[in-house]
Design a protein around this ligand. Sequence first.
Ligand code: NAD
Length: 556
Amino acid sequence: DRKDALPGARPVRAPRGSELTTLGWQQEGALRMLMNNLDPEVAEHPDSLVVYGGTGRAARSWEAFDAMVRTLKTLRDDETMLVQSGKPVGVLRTSEWAPRVLLANSNLVGDWANWEEFRRLEALGLTMYGQMTAGSWIYIGTQGILQGTYETFGAIARKRFHGTLAGTITLTAGLGGMGGAQPLAITMNEGVALCVDCDETRIDRRIKTRYLDVKAENLDEALRVAVEARDARRPLSIGVHGNAAEIFPDLLVREAPIDIVTDQTSAHDPLAYLPVGIDFAEMKSRAAADPKRFTDEARESMAQHVEAMVGFLDRGAEVFDYGNSIRDEARKGGYKRAFDFPGFVPAYIRPLFEEGLGPFRWAALSGDPKDIEATDRAILELFPNNEHLRRWITMAGEKVAFEGLPARICWLGYGERHRAGLKFNEMVASGELSAPLAIGRDHLDSGSVASPYRETESMLDGSDAIADWPLLNALVNTASGASWVSIHHGGGVGMGRSIHAGQVCIADGTELAARKLEAVLTNDPGMGVIRHVDAGYEHAREVAAERGIRIPMSEA
Ligand code: NAD
């Protein structure tokens, strides 16, 4: 990555152990998680501060990174550091209940909220793309997305294939920070995965971290091996080097027996999607030299790519958009049937969101994998009747290689998350864990995002683009005592298409942390239930009634 390196680039690794390098664990948690986001084991391109998702950054510049580290080291328990798109801009006296850090990343006023204007401002050094968990310091490597991807493919298995993907082949592309979870999520559901990426180093990296099983020499070999494994009902994931916009149509012409098709290239950002006819090695320079032309070419290629996906749909395959906006980019590239297949949220995930279920996660600030083993056991003890959760935690313990600080993710809902948080806090207090935990979540959650092509696509009441919800979510988490809270724009699906919020809490074993954890981890997923009640979802209404969430408009 040296050629993309920003001035001041150097390897970063979070401190480990139970000694503070700051004035308190809330600050220490923020410091370690910021550094962990940029750990070369975690970040996709650490030298350029890119954590994942195209250009999702943790800090605007290395100078800004240094200033944030310096500030966190002296920040007191009643002070709050303000971060504006990856740069610290002020420190204010607040209170011990207030977050230690408040962040706003990539936000632009509506009419200006497009990539062109964003890049102009970025080039002036005025902003940074924060993606979701990159700029809010709770990215935990590819495992973070693995659970969501596992859930999605599990839901497809239940919907179409009698509960298992055994005997099926899934075709997908993109083996980056998020997309790299696909092969393992598919084999965990017992299926065969054919995964295309135009950057061979991404294929090798996924093999190294055991997310991907093998690399094929060429498409013929990939297809042969896939069919063999499928016929033996043997789970297998195969990486294929090439451009998806060429390989997908090629496979369609060959009448490849594909059962499920999706895609996780960085389509949300046309400058991060390789157009047909351009060598991967030249991608960055070509994009920089003429962004407008590159964008047009990328969209044209995405149109071909999506046309092939619709071709598989016409042949009866299960086809879905995996939250990267490729349908809209293909539409802009001139392809009319791009929206013939659905997004994965309305297709599979919304029923989970209705009960506040979403990607709960935690990282061991000690750096000790034993702390995560202990929390895994605690989760299984807390929720003994949840078989699905047991299967995940057990498999994750066996198959997931940690990247950076050891971490775990599992989907928990309203009424569950605070129980886990309080239990973890007790384990810190008792010394069962060797240091505090950072407990947070993705912004892709039940009540924290407005994103009409993804999380809020096809809401029952048509409220897809209403962005009051993530803003209320950030306010609620700030009021409830989270350790840091963030409001972002454009994550996942790109500029102009989403507004979302994040929160992270530090469980440091204190009584104060317990009170904050109880409030945040109840209210945060509670917002998800409320949002879905308001949109008219019956199941959300039942959950609210059962679990005692007050809904003023339903009170006579
Ligand atoms: P990334 O930038 O780390 O990886 C993208 C990969 O796509 C790269 O390895 C790149 O080489 C490859 N690629 C680009 N053009 C290609 C082409 N034409 N053919 C083949 N490969 C190509 O991004 P990521 O973090 O993996 O995210 C991927 C996408 O998924 C983004 O658009 C992101 O916003 C979206 N996303 C989805 C979810 C979800 O829950 N479904 C969550 C987060 C992000």
